[in-house]
Design a protein around this ligand. Structure first.
Ligand SMILES: Nc1ncnc2c1ncn2[C@@H]1O[C@H](COP(=O)(O)OP(=O)(O)OP(=O)(O)O)[C@@H](O)[C@H]1O
Length: 263
């Protein structure tokens, strides 16, 4: 495996017990410190592939190869629903994964304080989830995911339920986090603009059966800036993703990937 490669997904398929072919021959490479977004119509298997990579679901065929065993064990998952414990303070919600790992309270306190600062919630350590806005709850959810310093972050539409301004702010905060910790990130979204703004590469998937049909590299330095968001280049990238998505939505489109991944 190329030393730059973190995860190689080869010919992965998934057939559920009810006969639904959620994925068919999915091939993808994810590099170390990559930021890859998956976009595609509802039901094309974005969540399914993320769950298979996380080991939350088994594939029906194919292979997922990791650069090293420890990488596979240092994954964190962020869902659309922050799913915080309402009876616990912000810091105790973040403490949970550290507790499960058996980290001492003293060391956990240090990690929690550092992580709260990273997500801008240092003044809310003792607040309860009901006292937080939607965006702040999502920051707690991200803090809980990164407090163990995972090397791979799998994010399933984390900002899907937020308003546009909050989403835009969190996009910038996520890139700043990535710049600081350099995790390998796989990010599912329905939002083309978000995908282009955040990613090094956007993978477009089609449904019935779920498969990757295109990969659009976003050749711009990370983290991104407001200047990029308002540039013509940004719009051009969005148009490229939109065109590939239109193809993905076309029920006649059963052909193999246009720009294939070198698996
Ligand atoms: N546990 C399950 N049992 C049977 N079918 C399932 C199961 N989970 C998902 N599916 C089906 O597999 C296909 C892919 O689902 P998946 O949730 O991965 O799609 P998605 O692209 O993430 O969709 P969305 O964008 O709506 O979240 C869909 O047809 C879905 O109905």
């Amino acid at each position: 495996m190329n030393p730059e490669t973190a995860i190689t997904i080869s010919h992965v398929s998934k057939v559920f017990n009810n006969g639904v072919v959620a994925l068919n021959d999915v091939n993808m490479k994810v590099n170390q410190e990559d930021f890859v977004s998956l976009v595609g119509p509802s039901g094309c298997g974005k969540s399914t592939i993320l769950r298979i990579i996380a080991g939350l679901s088994e594939s029906s065929g194919g292979e997922i190869e990791w650069a090293d065993r420890s990488l596979k064990e240092q994954i964190a998952f962020v869902f659309q629903d922050p799913a915080l414990m309402p009876w616990s303070t912000v810091q105790n919600n973040i403490r949970l994964p550290l507790k499960l790992m058996g980290i001492s309270k003293r060391m956990a306190d240090v990690s929690i304080a550092k992580t709260l600062e990273l997500v801008g919630l240092e003044n809310f350590a003792n607040a309860y989830p009901r006292q937080l806005s939607g965006g702040m709850k999502m920051r707690v959810s991200i803090a809980r995911a990164i407090v163990t310093e995972p090397r791979v972050l799998l994010m399933d539409e984390p900002f899907g339920a937020l308003d546009d301004i909050t989403r835009t702010n969190l996009n910038d905060e996520l890139l700043s986090l990535w710049n600081h910790q350099r995790q390998t990130i796989l990010f599912v979204t329905h939002n083309i603009y978000e995908a282009v703004y955040l990613s090094k590469r956007v993978v477009v998937m089609a449904a019935n059966p779920g498969r990757a049909i295109a990969e659009i590299p976003i050749d711009e330095p990370l983290p991104r800036t407001e200047a990029f968001r308002t540039s013509e280049r940004y719009l051009n990238y969005c148009q490229q993703v939109y065109a590939a998505l239109s193809e993905a939505m076309d029920p006649q489109s059963q052909e193999s990937p246009r720009q294939f991944f070198s698996v």
